[in-house]
Design a protein around this ligand. Structure first.
Ligand code: 5MM
Length: 342
C-alpha cells in the first residue's frame, strides 16, 4: 500500500468544487430505473446511457470520480475506448462498487448485512489493474420499532472496516457508506440518534482494523426527517443536524464527506449541501456522491434515445454545476433556470 498515493487520491476526490457521480447501480437497480422510462435494460442500453455521462464535455469541472459497476468497468464507449480510459483522458477517477449487496441478517427481522468480503482482495487487485483507483461499499440501516438492532449496527460496521482495510491494501481509496434510510415516518431526531450510533460504531471498527483515515472518504446520509414523517425539517435544520453529528463522530483526519442523496429530490439534495457549506468552518470537505440526484433529470431527458444524448448531458452538467456551487455555499435558486438543450 502506498499511503501517500491513497491520501493524494482521497483529497483529489473531494477537490474544490468537485464531487462524485454514483453510477454503480447493480443490474437489478438499473433495470428499475430503465423500467421507469420504459426502456429495456441490456448491456448495450446500459453503456449507451452511462456513456452520456462519461463523455459530457466539461463534466470534469465538477466531477472528480465516477463509481462504476463491475460490468461498466469492463465495457467500452462507442469510440472504442474502455470506460476507465475515457474517464482518465479527462482527469476523472474511475471507481468501483465492490460489495455484493445487502443480504438478510439472520435473526434480525427484515434487517440486512452487506456482503462481499469473500474473494475481495483478489477482486480489488484485478480492479486496480483495470484502472480503478477507489472503491465503494454500502451498508443499509432502516429505522423501525426496535430497529436498527445492535446486531445490524455491529455486523455492518465490522464488514465496512474489513472492506476498507482490504481496499487500502490493494491501493484503492475506500468510500465507506453507512446509509440510514430515509424511508419511514420517523422524526429527524430519530435519524440523528441512529446515524450517530451507526457512524460511531463504524469509526470504532475502522480503528480496530487499522484503516488509514487520511486515505478514505465517508459517504453518509444526511440527517433528515423520514420520508413520510408529518413534520419535515427545514433545509437549515437538516444542515445543522448533519454537521452536528459529523462533528461528534468523524475525526478531522478524514479528508472528506461525500453525501449520498438517498431519494431526496435533486434540488433538495443540492440545497442541503449548500446550507451545510454555509455554516462555517469544518475540518473535512463537505461534498457529494449522488446517484439519483445527479442522474434523474438526465435519465428523463435521455429516454432511451441516442439522439437525446446532448439533452441528457446538458441536464447532467447542470446538476453537476449546481452541486459544484453548493460545495462553496454559493448555489442559488436562480441557477435552476433551465440550461440550453433541456
Ligand atoms: C447508484 O446507486 C447505488 C445503488 O446500488 P445498488 O444497486 O447496489 O443498490 C447506490 O449504492 C449509490 O451509490 C448510493 O446509495 C448513492 O445513490 P443515491 O441515489 O442515494 O444518491
Amino acid at each position: 500500500m502506498d499511503k501517500q498515493q491513497l491520501e493524494t487520491t482521497a483529497r483529489a476526490m473531494v477537490a474544490p468544487n468537485k464531487g462524485i457521480l454514483a453510477a454503480d447501480e447493480s443490474t437489478g437497480t438499473i433495470k428499475k430505473r430503465f423500467d421507469s422510462i420504459g426502456v429495456e435494460s441490456t448491456a448495450a442500453s446500459r453503456i449507451g446511457y452511462r456513456q452520456t455521462f462519461f463523455t459530457a464535455e466539461g463534466a470534469n469541472e465538477n466531477i472528480s470520480g465516477v463509481i462504476l459497476y463491475d460490468e461498466t468497468l469492463r465495457q467500452s464507449i462507442s469510440d472504442g475506448r474502455t470506460v476507465p480510459q475515457a474517464l482518465n483522458d479527462v482527469g476523472i477517477l474511475p471507481g468501483i462498487k465492490v460489495d455484493t449487496g445487502a443480504k438478510p441478517l439472520s435473526g434480525c427481522d427484515g434487517e440486512t448485512v452487506t456482503e462481499g468480503l469473500d474473494g475481495l482482495r483478489e477482486r480489488c487487485q484485478e480492479y486496480y489493474e483495470l484502472g480503478a483507483r477507489f472503491t465503494k461499499w454500502r451498508a443499509v440501516y432502516k429505522i423501525a420499532e426496535g430497529q436498527p438492532s445492535y446486531a445490524c449496527i455491529i455486523a455492518n460496521a465490522h464488514a465496512l472496516a474489513r472492506y476498507a482495510a482490504i481496499a487500502q491494501e490493494c491501493g484503492l481509496v475506500p468510500i465507506v457508506e453507512p446509509e440510514v434510510l430515509m424511508e419511514g415516518d420517523h422524526s429527524i431526531e430519530a435519524c440523528e440518534n441512529v446515524s450517530q450510533w451507526a457512524w460511531s460504531e463504524v469509526f470504532q471498527q475502522l480503528y480496530y482494523m487499522n484503516v488509514n483515515l487520511e486515505g478514505m472518504l465517508l459517504k453518509p446520509n444526511m440527517i433528515i426527517s423520514g420520508s413520510t414523517c408529518e413534520t419535515q425539517a427545514s433545509v437549515q435544520e437538516v444542515a445543522e443536524a448533519t454537521v452536528r453529528v459529523l462533528n461528534r463522530v468523524v475525526p478531522p483526519a478524514v479528508p472528506g464527506i461525500a453525501f449520498l442523496s438517498g431519494g431526496q429530490s435533486d434540488i433538495l439534495a443540492t440545497e442541503h449541501l449548500n446550507a451545510m457549506n454555509q455554516l462555517g468552518s469544518h475540518p473535512w470537505e463537505l461534498s457529494y456522491s449522488y446517484g439519483r440526484a445527479l442522474q434523474a433529470p438526465a435519465l428523463a431527458a435521455w429516454a432511451g434515445q441516442e439522439a437525446n444524448a446532448p439533452a441528457a448531458q446538458a441536464a447532467f452538467l447542470h446538476r453537476a454545476r449546481c452541486n459544484g456551487a453548493a460545495r462553496t455555499g454559493s448555489y442559488t435558486a436562480e441557477m435552476e433556470a433551465a440550461p440550453a438543450g433541456v
